[in-house]
Design a protein around this ligand. Structure first.
Ligand code: SAM
Length: 260
């Protein structure tokens, strides 16, 4: 039981929801799909039926063996989806690379970040996460749930919450609600980023102390003198007294450019 919990093994029992998740990316015989955390195969069968090639990444050795028997056409790989090399994926001729998964809640965020990092190798994704996390990823500026996860995903991807899934759709049912994100990596970042690492550092520092005024949070998080941060933030066209949650991606990029 504890292993199941540690690996977030809540298996989908609703074939209609499985079809709806797969339908978001609509695989065709030309496409390659990477499935993350296939578990007992709730999505795997539908993916194998529709896609030309399916690679399934599962960390639980016992499940890997069962999946190989149940889905001989699927390439089941015993691997940790947080560290697997998505960048090495090669687009099939005339097809797309799709990523689909009902992600384990405990490692949903690092898996999402690894996928965003490898975005140039990926065309589209449908990912189930804890509802709260999914809503944070897709949030617009101005609300309490808008944070670094929203900005650092939306700089690189179009993202929306496509489906809500209740606990009763899984066995065993989780204690939290779930939601499915539909993500499309952009050809280029949404805004021109002079220094990508600086933008990430600025976003993290700004939300590190999100209740503080922007300049105070940035000065503390980046180890810079407050006066310098106030001046440069103003030069970027952003009031240093605002809070991080009110800044658009464009404004974060402008502030980072001044602070680099
Ligand atoms: N896709 C199945 C379904 O919808 O019924 C199972 C989803 S279950 C929420 C998550 C699955 O991810 C489990 O099978 C678990 O063993 C696997 N898993 C957990 N951590 C993982 C990791 N780091 N890398 C790959 N798979 C992982």
């Amino acid at each position: 039981m504890s292993k199941r919990r540690a690996l977030g093994q809540h298996f989908l029992r609703d074939a209609g929801i499985a079809r709806a998740i797969v339908g978001l990316v609509a695989p065709t015989p030309s496409d390659l799909v990477v499935e993350i955390g296939p578990g007992e195969g709730a999505l795997t069968g539908e993916l194998a039926r529709r896609a030309g090639r399916v690679i399934a990444l599962e960390v639980d050795r016992g499940l890997v063996a069962r999946l190989r028997t149940a889905f001989p056409a699927v390439e089941v790989v015993e691997a940790d989806a947080r560290t697997w090399d998505y960048r090495a994926l090669v687009r099939p001729a005339g097809g797309r690379v799709l990523v689909v998964g009902n992600l384990p809640y405990s490692v949903g965020k690092p898996i999402l970040m690894a996928l965003v990092d490898a975005r140039t190798a990926i065309d589209e994704m449908a990912l189930m996460l804890q509802r709260e996390v999914a809503e944070r990823v897709a949030a617009a500026p101005g609300g309490k749930v808008y944070g670094s996860l929203s900005v650092l995903t939306q700089i690189y991807c179009d993202v929306r919450v496509a489906l809500h899934v209740p606990p009763g759709a899984f066995r065993p049912p989780p204690k939290v609600e779930s939601a499915v994100l539909h993500l499309r990596p952009l050809q280029a970042p949404r805004v021109a980023l002079a220094d990508e690492r600086r933008v990430h550092a600025v976003v993290r520092a700004a939300f590190g102390q999100r209740r503080k005024m922007l300049a105070n949070a940035l000065a503390a998080g980046l180890g810079l003198p407050l006066e310098v941060v106030r001046r440069k933030t103003t030069t970027a066209g952003v009031d240093p007294g605002r809070r991080a949650e009110t800044l658009t991606i464009l404004e974060f990029a402008a502030v980072a450019r001044q602070l680099s």
